[in-house]
Design a protein around this ligand. Structure first.
Ligand code: AOF
Ligand code: ZN
Length: 379
């Protein structure tokens, strides 16, 4: 259905990606999008999306190009939209501007339930080319959380673990603080700030009384919502999480067996208590992810502990792993490992990271990888 993308156009796509990144961290729940208008081999207009409620990248670039857009090529990182959302459809603006050709970095899964931007453009006589290969992958990587959410209704899940060399997250006496070093801890705050929500299990919430905010970062920081998987609504009203619920959103996901008075007390204290029923009256991973997806949480950062990690891994619900290994050896039969529960199956079936990379972070080592491929965006 679509024309091939030329080598020079791949270069302009890379430029459009750079433009998109100028609004990094500010566009949610919208994707980061960049666009370039090219005429006679020259860039005559550039634009990017600044955030929900503002103009999309394509009309910004077209406006910058003005009359030069007539007969030009529009290169954009994401399929132009065909729907009336917070802003009017870009496809109409592209047609009205008299653009001759549109190059698309990747398709928008949300467009499938709409008129489909590329189809609207093609129907208007505009030549449409959809990228492939590495550049297409880079355009998808730019918005991995958005695309996962758009395709599945659930957030992209990153599991973070910080262990000793021998895989333990606490000593036998229960000390948990500062296994990893300051550089790794700073990185955690960056990851939090880059996520829509950060989650812990109730065990960790009770043991550590964490705040789960993103702190000590340069530049403006968007605080992630804090999420607690709490089957029986045991989160204390005196916890740091509940006491700060007025400033930073707190979502408590509970099971069917959660006592009504506890649920009411948490809600009265400002938490959003959401039923996410799982097996045995407990809170469930799948229902939890659905509930968060329904609240437009596109990226979820799991911060422990061993029970939550086990539940998510057993449910095969983890997309990415960020594993910090500190050069210390804790030892002790009673010192908990990073992943609890009954284990993740026979060795042939246990989760295995794909494309794992290793990075030095201060004195620590970071192992990063994928546990499942990105959902297929299709064509
Ligand atoms: C953006 N920026 O540059 C493009 C988007 O509510 P609206 O009107 O802002 O529409 C948001 C949707 O539009 C978004 O989820 C995506 O499907 C599509 N394309 N969005 O925010 C852009 N091109
Ligand atoms: Zn649009």
């Amino acid at each position: 259905m679509t024309a091939p993308v030329g080598d020079l156009e791949y270069g302009w796509l890379a430029r459009a990606r750079d433009l998109a990144l100028r609004a990094r961290g500010r566009t949610g729940p919208n994707p980061m999008v960049g666009a370039v208008v090219v005429r006679d081999g020259r860039v005559v207009g550039e634009g990017w999306h600044e955030g929900a409620g503002t103009l999309h990248a394509e009309p910004v670039a077209l406006r910058a190009a003005g009359d030069a857009a007539r007969g030009a090529t529009l290169v954009c990182t994401l399929e132009p939209c065909s729907h009336h959302g917070r802003t009017p459809p870009c496809a109409e603006a592209v047609i009205a501007a008299g653009v001759a050709r549109v190059v698309v970095g990747c398709l928008d899964p949300l467009e499938r339930g709409r008129g489909q931007g590329v189809r609207v453009l093609a129907a208007a006589g505009i030549e449409v080319a959809v990228a492939g290969g590495e550049e297409a992958e880079a355009c998808r990587a730019l918005n991995a959380p958005f695309l996962t959410w758009a395709l599945t209704g659930r957030p992209l899940v990153t599991l973070k673990l910080a262990t000793s060399l021998d895989g333990r997250v606490a000593t036998a006496t229960g000390e948990t603080r500062w296994i990893s070093g300051p550089a790794a801890r700073a990185l955690v705050h960056r990851w939090r700030a880059d996520s829509d929500a950060v989650a812990v299990g109730i065990g960790t919430a009770l043991a550590d009384d964490p705040m789960l905010t993103a702190r000590d970062l340069e530049g403006p920081v968007r605080q992630p919502a804090r999420v607690v998987f709490d089957s029986l609504a045991r989160l204390p009203l005196t916890s740091a999480l509940v006491r700060s619920a007025g400033q930073v959103p707190l979502v408590v996901l509970v099971g069917e067996a959660a006592p009504a008075d506890r649920v009411a007390a948490l809600a009265a204290a400002g938490a959003q208590v959401v039923a996410a029923p799982g097996p045995g009256g407990r809170v469930g991973v799948d229902a939890g992810l659905d509930a968060l997806g329904a609240r437009e949480v596109q990226s979820l950062f799991l911060e422990g502990g061993p029970g939550l990690a086990a539940a998510f891994l057993a449910a095969r619900a983890v997309d990415r792993v960020e594993w910090v290994v500190a050069p210390v050896i804790i030892g002790g039969d009673a010192a908990p490992g990073a992943v609890g529960g009954p284990g993740l199956g026979p060795l042939a079936e246990v989760p295995r990271l794909a494309g794992a990379t290793v990075t030095r972070v201060g004195e620590d080592v970071l192992v990063s990888g994928r546990l499942r491929p990105p959902p297929d965006a299709g064509g």
